[in-house]
Structures are given as C-alpha cells and as structure tokens.
Design a protein around this ligand. Sequence first.
Ligand SMILES: CC(C)(COP(=O)(O)OP(=O)(O)OC[C@H]1O[C@@H](n2cnc3c(N)ncnc32)[C@H](O)[C@@H]1OP(=O)(O)O)[C@@H](O)C(=O)NCCC(=O)NCCS
Length: 177
Amino acid sequence: MLLFRQMELEDLETVQSIDKLAFPNPWPENAFQYELEKNTNARLWVGEFQDGEKSTIVALAVIWIILDEAHIGTIAIHPGYQNRGFGRQFLAFICKKLISEKITQIFLEVRQSNSAAINLYQKFGFTIDGERKHYYRDNNETAILMSAPIRNSDFYDQFLLDCQFTYDNDSKEIQER
Ligand SMILES: CC(C)(COP(=O)(O)OP(=O)(O)OC[C@H]1O[C@@H](n2cnc3c(N)ncnc32)[C@H](O)[C@@H]1OP(=O)(O)O)[C@@H](O)C(=O)NCCC(=O)NCCS
C-alpha cells in the first residue's frame, strides 16, 4: 500500500538519497530543507510504501504555488519502485491536493529525453506549451514546457474520480483504496 503525506525534517536524508538515485543532477545539499523550512509557497510531499510493519519512503515531490498556479519543482519515484503505478498514484494525489487549494493550472519542465515522465504527464492531460533549448546545464538538453488545467475540467473530474483514492480524515493522509 502507498500512503502519501507531507514531507518532514526527519525525511530529508532519505529524500536526498532518492533524489540522487533518480536524477542525473540532484538538487544541491540543503535545497529540500530550505523549501521545507523557509518557502511558504512550497508544498512538499512523500509517498511511503507500506509492507506489513515496514514503511519505506519511495516518492518525493516539491510543488511551488503562485496565486492560483502551481509549478512542479521536482517529483520522483525511487528507481527500485518505478513502473509499478506509483508515479501515477502520486501525481493523482498531488493534483487532488492542488485542486483543494483552488489551483487552476499546473506547469512544469521536463527533459526532452525523459519519455517516462512525458508519457506520465500526458496521461494527466498535460500538453506541450513550448521548449527551452540548452536549459539543462549538465548536458545542454532541451526542456519541454508542459501545463495542465486542473479545475473546471470534465476530464480532470472524471480522471481523478477514476483514480479511486480515499482520505484518512484523522491523519489528513491519503491512501490507495
Ligand atoms: C517519471 C516517474 C515519476 C514515473 O514514475 P513511475 O512510478 O515509474 O510511473 P508509473 O509506473 O506510475 O507509470 C505511469 C505512466 O508513466 C509512463 N511511464 C512510466 N515509466 C515509463 C517508461 N519507462 N517508459 C515509458 N513510459 C513510462 C507510462 O505512461 C505509464 O503508464 P502505463 O503504465 O499505463 O504505460 C519515474 O520514472 C521517475 O521518478 N523518474 C526519475 C525522476 C524523473 O524523471 N522525474 C520527472 C522529472 S520532470
């Protein structure tokens, strides 16, 4: 079972290690801590894989909110847990949280070569708005700019309903049904 919750300070070491495993250019040391402690416009979530008594953080995301718009700063699933539907579940959770904050549109940029992420985003109704050449400094790669309207959209209402999540009202967490 996957359980999603807000990131906490105690999670930072694990979060940084997943970031390093998942990306060729991980965030600088202390970047997650800054977002967690100082940036009131940031929303940080993790996904925990629960297997019996054992609980392992396998997903991380940082989202920035500006008025009624959100920008995906980063999102990743631990490489050992990819291709099991966790990315889809996590993004659905994030979209629901953002809708509950009255966000109308989500923006992001993604490496042109990252077909896994681009496919995932397209499944969530993201479309390509443009590109930024030489955006990634490590290999000069082009960034693809994508966005999705997440409110007042029949597609989204139905899509997120189909994701079949339940809220745990006591803990304010969300878990897969
Ligand atoms: C992108 C990422 C979050 C997807 O997470 P995931 O848990 O592996 O994805 P899921 O198993 O939920 O797959 C959901 C959809 O994503 C797409 N997808 C996932 N892995 C894919 C792959 N290797 N190749 C092509 N499409 C893929 C598919 O459309 C898939 O739907 P399908 O199973 O119906 O075909 C994950 O690969 C990851 O963390 N990558 C490294 C970090 C990263 O690139 N983050 C995005 C930065 S913009």
